[in-house]
Design a binder for this molecule. Structure first.
Ligand SMILES: *[C@@H]1O[C@H](CO)[C@@H](O)[C@H](O)[C@H]1NC(C)=O
Ligand SMILES: *[C@@H]1O[C@H](CO)[C@@H](O)[C@H](O)[C@H]1NC(C)=O
Length: 204
C-alpha cells in the first residue's frame, strides 16, 4: 500500500508580469519596427529620387548708378539677377524666407527679399532685383574708400543672405534646408560693368 502523496504547495514566489508591462513592451517593439521601416523608406526614396540640392547663383548684375557727394552721401542703383535652380528631375522645390543684405564696406545698403516661390522640376527662375539707395551717409573713412574705389575703377559690394529650400517628395513629405550666399559683387564704376566672379550657394 502506498500512501497517497500529499502535494504541499509552498508560498508562491514566482512573480507574474503585469499585463500592462507586456502591453508596453509590445507597443515599444511596434514603434521600434515602425521607425526602422520609416527609415528604410526614406533612404530608398532618397536613393530613387537622388536629390540634387537646389541652389541660387548671382548670374549677372549691373551698377546702374553710383554717385557720391562732397557731403559724404552716396546714391546708388544696382540691378542684381539671382537665379534659383532646381536640377532635380523628380521634385518641385519651394523657396522661402529669402533674405539678402547688400552692403558696402560693412554698411548695409539694402535688404533684398522675395515672396515664397516654386521652381519646377529641372528648371530655374530668375529674379531681377533693382536696389535703389539714396543719400547713404558715409563716414570719412568710407568716403576715402569710395574715392580709392573710384580711382581704381573698381567697387566692391557684399551680398550675403539665406533662403530656405524645400522639396515636396511625394508621400515622404518634404525635405528642408538652408542655402547660404556670401559673395562679393565687383563693378567698374565708370561703365557699371559687373566683374564676373563665382557667387553661388552651392557647396564648393
Ligand atoms: C533637364 O533640362 C535639361 C536642359 O534644360 C535637358 O537637357 C534635360 O533633358 C532635362 N532633363 C529631364 C529629365 O527632363
Ligand atoms: C567697362 O570698363 C572696363 C574698364 O574700364 C572695361 O574693361 C570693360 O570692357 C568696359 N565694359 C564695357 C561694356 O564697356
Amino acid at each position: 500500500m502506498t500512501n497517497p502523496k500529499k502535494l504541499i504547495h509552498g508560498p508562491h514566489h514566482q512573480r507574474t508580469t503585469h499585463p500592462l508591462v507586456w502591453f508596453a513592451a509590445i507597443i515599444c517593439t511596434v514603434i521600434a519596427i515602425a521607425v526602422i521601416i520609416a527609415g528604410i523608406a526614406v533612404f530608398v526614396g532618397y536613393m530613387i529620387i537622388h536629390p540634387r540640392v537646389p541652389f541660387i547663383t548671382v548670374t549677372s548684375a549691373h551698377l546702374d548708378n553710383f554717385q557720391n557727394s562732397v557731403a559724404g552721401l552716396v546714391d546708388t542703383e544696382i540691378t542684381i539677377v539671382v537665379r534659383a535652380e532646381n536640377d532635380n528631375t523628380k521634385a518641385h522645390a519651394v523657396y522661402s524666407d529669402t533674405s539678402f543684405i547688400l552692403s558696402f564696406q560693412g554698411l548695409n545698403i539694402a535688404k533684398l527679399v522675395a515672396y515664397p516661390f516654386e521652381v519646377k522640376k529641372n528648371s530655374s527662375v530668375d529674379f531681377h532685383y533693382l536696389v535703389q539707395s539714396s543719400s547713404i551717409p558715409l563716414s570719412p573713412e568710407l568716403m576715402d574708400q569710395v574715392d580709392i574705389s573710384l580711382k581704381r575703377d573698381k567697387i566692391i559690394f557684399n551680398l550675403k543672405g539665406n533662403l530656405r529650400a524645400r522639396w515636396r517628395v511625394g508621400l515622404l513629405g518634404s525635405v528642408k534646408f538652408w542655402c547660404h550666399l556670401n559673395c562679393q559683387l565687383k563693378f567698374h564704376p565708370s561703365n557699371g560693368t559687373y566683374i564676373r566672379s563665382p557667387c553661388s550657394s552651392r557647396a564648393k
